[in-house]
Design a protein around this ligand. Structure first.
Ligand SMILES: [Zn+2]
Length: 94
């Protein structure tokens, strides 16, 4: 009740109170629900915050999908970038 619910949507990029240890403080919203799924823009790490925690830590938008769509389409990366380089058939033999 003390903390207002932040009207975010999937694809929004937000700033939180605390930066990630990797140094970035940009989080892309990947999932909504009881938990908010966030992906770090610095290192690609995915975390989940309880809705309540998210609202407490939320500081502001960097990209807001709903507004961006109204003004102009900012199609940067619709999907998360692959974080772990998956080696395919590089080092196989031995
Ligand atoms: Zn990070």
């Amino acid at each position: 009740m003390a903390v207002p619910i932040t009207p975010i949507s999937v694809g929004d990029v937000v700033r939180l109170k605390k930066a990630h240890p990797c140094g970035a403080n940009e989080w892309e919203v990947t999932k909504l629900g009881m938990d908010i799924g966030l992906a770090c823009h610095g290192c690609g790490r995915k975390v989940r915050l309880e809705r309540y925690e998210f609202d407490r830590r939320f500081r502001g938008w960097i990209v807001r999908v709903s507004e961006a769509e109204a003004e102009e389409r900012v199609a940067e990366k619709p999907d998360g970038q692959p974080d772990a380089a998956e080696k395919d058939a590089g080092t196989d033999g031995r």
